[in-house]
Design a protein around this ligand. Structure first.
Ligand SMILES: Nc1ncnc2c1ncn2[C@@H]1O[C@H](COP(=O)(O)OP(=O)(O)OP(=O)(O)O)[C@@H](O)[C@H]1O
Length: 501
C-alpha cells in the first residue's frame, strides 16, 4: 500500500464487474473504489464503459457478474430511487428534472415532507432547501420554475437534492460539458465543499485538464477492462491518454492547410430577438470558428440562418444568389447543413438504427431512379460507407443509436451530416463528450472535408484550444454581436477572451 493510501476510507468498491447487453460485452471485468472525502475520476475513451458502470452502481442496470460492496455490505440496488435511499446519487449529463415544477417541488419529488394532516409541509421543505443552498453558497430562488434555470443552476439543484437526501456517494457524469468557465469554477467550489463534508465523488470527464483541479485519484478503464487506479499527478497527461486509448497521441490537431478560397456565403445586417446587426462571410476551403462565452448567441445565429427563428432584417447571399432558408430541411436541400450541439434532443432518432439515422439526411440520393421509394441496397451501401468513414464503434449499422456511447452517437450525427454531401457544414460543439482519440478522428474528418469538398466549414466551440488548433479565422461573439474577427497569426486564448467577455 502506498503511503498516500494509508488514510483512505473506502465506502464503495467494485470488483471484476462484468456487464453484457446481448452479444455486446460492455464491461469485461472492472474494479472501482470510492473513498470518503475524495473525488475519484473515471477516465476512458468513448465506449470504454464508464456510463454503464455508473448505471450499474446507481441501480439503472443489473451487473451480469462481479462483486459490489457499499459500506462493507453487498451492494445491489433495485433501481435509482433505491440506490438514492441507501446513499448513492447520480447526476446525469442530461438532467432528470421535471421542468414545469418549482425548484422546491423538484427537490422533494418522491420524498415530500408531510404535516401531521398528511399535506405537504412546504415551510419545512423550504427551510431545509434554503439551508443547503446557503451552505453550498448558491443563490437560486426555490420558487422559480426549473425550466427557467440555466443548465449550471439545474445541476446545482441536483447537487442540493443529493445533499438533502444525504447521499454519501455522488456520481457526476460529465458535469461540465455544458457549463461556461465561470460555472465550471463554481461547480469545483461546490465539489470542494462536498469533499470537506466527507462526501465521496465519482467524476467522469473527457476534459483531462480538469482532473488535477478537482480529483485526488483516478481509475482508468479501456474497452470494458480495468487498467488501474492512480493518484492524480502520478501520470503525465500523455501517459493517461496512452493508458486510455492503448496508444500515444502525439499531435492533437492535424497540420493546418492554408487554402481559403472565394466567398461562398454572406450574411448582412441580421437582426432578431437574439442578434444585433450581424454580418459575416464564409469562404470556401476555410474553417471559420465562432468563439464566445455560453450565451453569446452563436447557436441562435445559425438556427436563425437555417430558418428556426424569425429574421427581422437581413440579406443572405449564397453562391452568388439571394437566399432565405425557411427551415432546416430547406437549408439541407440547398446543401447548407447545421450539425446541432444537442444530439439527443435534436440530432438523432435514438430509438432507430445507425443506418436509419445516417440515411435520414440523404433520402433523395437513396431513392430508386424515377420512383419514390428508397433503395434498400443504396441505403445499406451509403450507411456502411459513412459508418466506416467516421469510425463508429458498434458491431454493425443495425444497432440502435440510443444504445451507443455518447461519443459514438456524436459520430453518427457527423456521419449523417456528411452523408448529405453539403457545400457548407456548420458544426456546433463537434466534440462535446468525445474522448481525446475520437476528437482527433473528428478533426481529421473536418480536414478531409476541407481538402476535398471545395466547401465552407464553421465550427462553434466553447473549447478555445479546439478553436485555435482547428480554425483558419475566428469570429468572436458576445450578446448577439460579432465583436472581433481574428486571423490565424493573432489567434490566442487571451485575444479571444478579451473580446468574448
Ligand atoms: N442498453 C445498451 N444496449 C446495448 N449496448 C449498450 C447499452 N448501453 C451501453 N451499451 C454499449 O456498452 C459499451 C459501453 O458504453 P458506455 O456508454 O458505458 O461508454 P462510455 O465509456 O460511457 O462512453 P462515452 O464516453 O462515449 O459516454 C458501448 O459499446 C455501448 O454501445
Amino acid at each position: 500500500m502506498k503511503k498516500a493510501d494509508m488514510n483512505l476510507n473506502k465506502i464503495l468498491s467494485l470488483n471484476n464487474v462484468i456487464k453484457k447487453f446481448g452479444d455486446v460485452v460492455a464491461l469485461k471485468g472492472v474494479s472501482l473504489n470510492s473513498y470518503k472525502g475524495i473525488c475519484m475520476a473515471v477516465l476512458g475513451e468513448n465506449g470504454a464503459g464508464k456510463s454503464t458502470l455508473m448505471n450499474i452502481i446507481s441501480g439503472v442496470y443489473k451487473k451480469t457478474s462481479g462483486e459490489m460492496f457499499f459500506e462493507k455490505k453487498e451492494w445491489d440496488p433495485k433501481n435509482t430511487k433505491h440506490a438514492e435511499k441507501l446513499g448513492v446519487a447520480i447526476i446525469h449529463q442530461e438532467l432528470n428534472t421535471v421542468n414545469e415544477m418549482t425548484v422546491l417541488d423538484n427537490v422533494f419529488l418522491g420524498s415530500e415532507i408531510k404535516t401531521k394532516l398528511g399535506t405537504i409541509n412546504y415551510k419545512k421543505e423550504l427551510k431545509i432547501l434554503n439551508e443547503v443552498l446557503i451552505e453550498i453558497e448558491i443563490n437560486i430562488d426555490p420558487m422559480k420554475e426549473m425550466n427557467r434555470l440555466s443548465v449550471a443552476e439545474q445541476q446545482m439543484i441536483e447537487i442540493a437534492k443529493a445533499i438533502i437526501r444525504d447521499a454519501k456517494v455522488i456520481i457526476m457524469d460529465e458535469p461540465t460539458s455544458s457549463l461556461s468557465n465561470k460555472e465550471t469554477l463554481k461547480l469545483f467550489e461546490v465539489i470542494k465543499k462536498m469533499k470537506a463534508q466527507n462526501k465521496s465523488i465519482i467524476y467522469i470527464s473527457h476534459r483531462l485538464q480538469e482532473i488535477p483541479v478537482v480529483c485526488e485519484r483516478m481509475t482508468i478503464i479501456r474497452d470494458g477492462t480495468f487498467i488501474g487506479e492512480y493518484l492524480v499527478g502520478e501520470l503525465s497527461e500523455d501517459e493517461i491518454i496512452a493508458k486510455m486509448v492503448g496508444r500515444s497521441i502525439t499531435e492533437k490537431f492535424p497540420q493546418k492547410i492554408k487554402k481559403a478560397g472565394e466567398k461562398i456565403f454572406e450574411v448582412k445586417h441580421l437582426r432578431n430577438d437574439f442578434l444585433k446587426n450581424v454580418s459575416f462571410e464564409i469562404k470556401s476551403n476555410e474553417i471559420l470558428g465562432f468563439a464566445g462565452l455560453v450565451g453569446a448567441k452563436r447557436t441562435e445565429l445559425f438556427k436563425t440562418i437555417i430558418g428556426l427563428y424569425p429574421k427581422i432584417n437581413m440579406e443572405m447571399n449564397y453562391l452568388g444568389k439571394e437566399v432565405n432558408f425557411k427551415s432546416p430541411n430547406h437549408a439541407i436541400r440547398q446543401n447548407f447543413y447545421y450539425v446541432t450541439e444537442d444530439r439527443k434532443l435534436e440530432g438523432l432518432h435514438l430509438n432507430e438504427s445507425i443506418k436509419f439515422n445516417i440515411s435520414l439526411s440523404s433520402i433523395d440520393k437513396l431513392k430508386v431512379k424515377f420512383l419514390r421509394f428508397i433503395s434498400g441496397m443504396k441505403e445499406i451501401k451509403n450507411s456502411e460507407f459513412y459508418f466506416q468513414k467516421t469510425l463508429i464503434k458498434a458491431p454493425d449499422i443495425d444497432r440502435v443509436a440510443g444504445n451507443l456511447s455518447g461519443g459514438n452517437q456524436q459520430k453518427v450525427l457527423i456521419a449523417k451530416a456528411l452523408s448529405a454531401n453539403p457545400k457548407i457544414i456548420v458544426f456546433d460543439e463537434p466534440t462535446r463528450g468525445v474522448d481525446v482519440g475520437a476528437r482527433r478522428e473528428i478533426y481529421d474528418l473536418i480536414y478531409e472535408f476541407k481538402k476535398n469538398n471545395n466547401g465552407g466549414i464553421v465550427v462553434i466551440s466553447n473549447d478555445l484550444p479546439e478553436i485555435i488548433g482547428l480554425c483558419d479565422r475566428v469570429l468572436v461573439m458576445k450578446n448577439g454581436i460579432i465583436t472581433k474577427e481574428i486571423l490565424e497569426a493573432e489567434m490566442n486564448q487571451e485575444t479571444i477572451l478579451r473580446y468574448a467577455i
